[in-house]
Design a protein around this ligand. Sequence first.
Ligand code: COA
Ligand code: AMP
Length: 636
Amino acid sequence: MDHSAFYDESIKNPEGFWKQQAESLDWKIAPSRILESSQNGSHNWFADGQLNMSYLCIDKHIENGYGDQVAIYYDSPVTQQKEQITFDKLYDEVSRFAGGLVKLGLQQGDTALIYMPMIPQAIYAMLACARIGVIHSVVFGGFAPHELAIRIDDCKPKVILTASNGVEIEKIVPYKPFVDEAMELANFKPKSVVVFDRKLGVEIPHKAYDIDYDELLAKAPKAKAVVLSSTHPLYILYTSGTTGTPKGIVRDTGGYATALKFSMKYVYGADEGDVYWAASDVGWVVGHSYIVYGPLLNRNSTVLFEGKPIRTPDASTFWRVISEYGVKIMFTAPTAIRAIKKEDPEGALLKQYDLSCLKYQFLAGERCDVATLTWTKEKLQVPVIDHWWQTESGWPMLANMVGVELQDVKPGSASFPVCGYDIRIIDEDGESCKPNQEGYVLVKLPLPPGCLLDVWNNTERFVSGYLQKFPGYYFSGDGGYIDEDGYVFITGRVDDIINVAGHRLSTAEMEEVVASNKAVAECAVFGVHCELKGQKPLGLAVLKSGVTVGETELSQEIVKEVRHEIGAVASFKDLLVVKRLPKTRSGKILRKLLRNIADKDEYQIPSTIDDVAIIDEIENVYQKNNIGIFKTKQHE
Ligand code: COA
Ligand code: AMP
């Protein structure tokens, strides 16, 4: 199929294009109203259509005779467990879990929070909620109780669904105790906590609100999939914004199902029945879309991998999984490849396995450096596709749509806009940028199906964050440019969000924690280059006068506080004490300058800076702590 004709059709005639794509789903009531403006300034898709996501991911395949096909390959090198879960078994688990939730009093429109490691019960929980119209909100396991509590207070879940523990390489992560702590911290008190005991030999304290997962399911009747409106929220997924509080991205049902089904075929080139593996976590959008809903909708066998690219047990684990389950399409973050490459630069471990099943390797979650892309291509000998998207979009916005037509790969570029996304590069004044000129990456409205409906409980934040800056466009928060051949290059965030090992984090949240230490007068947290994780956070603190605490002691204390308040996932390990911070004359801290100095980037000292001598002080501190030194500098 010709890619440009297909893409052009999606932009010229979005209603006709997506109406046709929606026909690939089994709707209970097919939509007649395709695209409508929504009150918040965005759009709704398929407003009068009715369907159920859990039905489409499970029951439909059984009705079509695929009950004995493997739906989930669960592979856990950290607990030495493997399980092949068929669609029949998935039906049994999910419908009984849903029945159990109904018995607990959950009804359509209620919310439930899921805080679980990478175990099948996490997928059962998501699909059980979807089955009865309960809106789930999955929280990534690397977040601390305080972050969990913020989300509990925002989405007010009737129940929390959790497990006794997680396992990070060989460390036991206390999931249930974290939930207990969050329950104390939160103002809103969920009615019960359903606990799946993994029986890992660790004692977990019991609370009055606990419900044992096995007991709940043993007595639960199987629940049927309820028929839901297309715009019924399937889930809320919190993501980092530019303020200290995360925002709850709200996803619909019908638009999302249409977009995912479309993307499995046309973006990833997956045929029904193929094995598809996204090596991410159910707590991130990649996990929602491409571990759970996308592959299961498309009757693919999905791999649920509870491990890391290295050390579980070594850098061959990805290749073992691909060959063991016959993975055709694999998706991971560049960080994971960098970790493997560091351990096994020649790719010797890869040669132990027959990887002939693998057709495409997809990468996303962060900027993919050319060296990583080239290494992967050379070792795997398959097309390596960098593609760009975000929690808000829910599915790729830029990609090489291999299911339509494989285009030449340009390293460094995530290729072309995906059908439905009218991507524009616009400058500060709202003017279109010329080829190769960097600007803001925007999407002309309407967004295609599957993108965010709103921000939970905060339409104002939705409007101000995404729609207000450039009226008529969705503002992605990323910068980039389009080259003379139409390839789009994403250069990074234009705000204070950083990307650490493919995990999106807010520096504003970290700054709040650092600033709350009683010794700190003011501070700045920003992302600096990291060989492995792409970026890592660095904090600079100015102490209150009279504070006598030692620098190392204070630094360790603050690192511990960030870990306690935000979680291990923040990877906040470096806090340096400085005498003062560079600011503009109006008092704004120059974070970008601080970052550029650390990254050894070329930088200009802004003419607005209040005191140029501070730069030398900062350079000295960086040098002393091996953070990196400047290459060139010049005055404006
Ligand atoms: N539950 C609890 N803790 C978690 C966690 C989870 N689900 N995931 C990560 N953590 C903890 C880790 O144990 C680690 O804690 P530590 O500081 O005590 O060691 C911390 O959070 C940072 O984790 P991570 O960023 O994973 O770093 P790492 O050094 O353990 O591993 C990599 C490095 C590169 C192997 C790892 O980051 C990786 O696999 N990256 C790929 C990322 C990815 O798939 N991203 C998804 C986006 S598509
Ligand atoms: P998240 O919402 O966690 O998926 O993070 C989305 C952000 O990650 C985007 O806004 C980008 O900044 C970054 N990102 C994701 N994929 C890519 C990519 N392929 N290239 C560059 N940046 C990416």
